[in-house]
Design a protein around this ligand. Sequence first.
Ligand SMILES: [Zn+2]
Ligand SMILES: [Zn+2]
Ligand SMILES: [Zn+2]
Length: 125
Amino acid sequence: MPSDTRALTRAARTRAKTEDIPYTAARETELAIRERMDADGESYEEAEAFVTDPGNQLLCEKCGWTVGMVCPECPGCGCYNHSCTGWRHREYMHPDERAELEAAEAECPECGGDTRTGYDCTCDR
Ligand SMILES: [Zn+2]
Ligand SMILES: [Zn+2]
Ligand SMILES: [Zn+2]
């Protein structure tokens, strides 16, 4: 809708001016705000607070981690799930992946059985 586009342009210009950022960046912010309003039914203020929170900026496009999720123990994002044992990875990991990791950790080093359930593992530990 043309009137929407005009409103967006106006909002982006105002934001660019008040925040002293490039117009394109301001426009992206405004678009992201509108997306959230449409998708989640948030008010402008709620959506703006989320979008402009530095912790919510996208850190990695591949895994979708945001800056607020960054892991202090590795280069940072969810792509390092298997090479880093930082707690954040476990917290934000996909449930399937987490299950896989936990299963791998529960594997008995002696027989390969599952030490959580005792299944297949008869070692005395
Ligand atoms: Zn890490
Ligand atoms: Zn990543
Ligand atoms: Zn065992």
